[in-house]
Write a protein that binds this ligand. Sequence first.
Ligand code: KIV
Ligand code: ZN
Length: 513
Amino acid sequence: MEQIKIFDTTLRDGEQSPGASMNAAEKLRLARQLEKLGVNAIEAGFPAASTGDFDAVKQIAANIHQAEVTALARASKDDIDKAWGAIQDAAKPRIHTFLATSDIHMQHKLRMNRDQVVEAAAAAVKYAKSLTPNVEFSAEDGSRSDRDFLCRVFGAAIEAGATTVNLPDTVGYAMPDEFGELVAYVIRHTPNIHRAVVSVHCHNDLGLATANTLAGIKAGARQAEVTINGIGERAGNTSLEELVMGLYTRREMLGFTTSIQTREIFPTSRLVSMITGIVVQPNKAVVGANAFAHEAGIHQDGVLKNRMTYEIMEPETIGLSSNRLVLGKHSGRHAFKQKLADMGYELSESDLNRLFDRFKGLADKRKEILDEDIEVLVAEEILRVPDTYQLDYLNVVSGTMAVPTATVKLKINGETAQSAGFGVGPIDAAFNTIAKMTGTTSKLLRFSVNAISGGMDAQGEVTVRLQENGLVALGKGADPDIITASAKAFLNGLNRLEYMKRNPSISAEERVL
Ligand code: KIV
Ligand code: ZN
């Protein structure tokens, strides 16, 4: 079977999703997970876009050893210098330069004619090639470009040294047959195409990104550009999990493999939604909460008799445990320790004791404790920064006849403080009261609530993103009561901001813990 290269652009195109911006530490954490997932290339960012992006790409370049670390650059010397400045220390650097090739982009955006575009593309690739042998060229809006002109630009880019030529469906306009034919045409008519890997990069404006990418691969493309959970500009990009599981599930028919460790798909999807706060829709293919849920009686009956009646993939393949019900209130410390070890957490005795107490508290409230619940406990108890603020007590009153009111008791640096306040709803009342007590001037950039697991007693997981004086912190909290989960998330975000303020030199890695 031939291997398809998986080029992940979650950190670049994915970050272009509205509201998805990540800080350098979050990007580094995600890059490490992408490497564990087994992607061949990580597009770490667009260094010319901002110094923040430059620094993030540089950190990723220094810490990633197996995957190629790619930096995006427009077709200009300045951009390419910045891209190279950020990735030159990477074990496997790649410069990715791009220029639009469709008439509409050339006339209205670039104000360049065809000859100028060919010349600029070749010059950019040639310059990038003088810095590193590994150069990718993308023809932006390729799917709406004149076919022969596209072949001419790709031919010039290959002549100048491009080792990958990428054909994007930038605006998600193509239909699968049409896109497959275009890829085949480019392969047939581009001079020296055998000297480069042909890549495809599809957007999902018509919901066809994965179908178009598969069509491109069937037509001869050997690299696919994708993002986790399909996040990206507008309707997003081809989702890694859909493409990889499509190739895997239908491997006998399609005949391709990838280097992806499929069991890391679900943990990576969770990490992306945790970091960005973008919740995965429940019916999302492969990683949605309902992707393996069987509701109808006939389906349940079939699955009990033979799972393959209604399941085309095994949940374990993407890293979901088959035995989703893991522990309950009668589970002992030993079983809990074993479960943590199975999930990849080796904890010290004191961390284990602390976590076990939290687990028992949760098991008293809920019948079933799932892996996802344990993940949240670990994030809250073990990975968290030292607390300036701790929630002692929260009481809220709300309803159709009441002004939403919150009474909050906090420990602030160990001292007890209490206050009450109002809001337009119970969460607003809790946040206003906490803000008053802590004196924070932070701005709430994002707030999202997600049910961690199914059922009426599911834990609500709240993510907040706070900004104060240029620092951005993510806060997370989980509780069967979503108002309590929200207060915990807000306090967690405030604690992280305090930690960052007190430790300006802390490593990027610590900042996201
Ligand atoms: O969609 C697009 O055209 C892009 C290019 C920069 C590859 O993201
Ligand atoms: Zn794109």
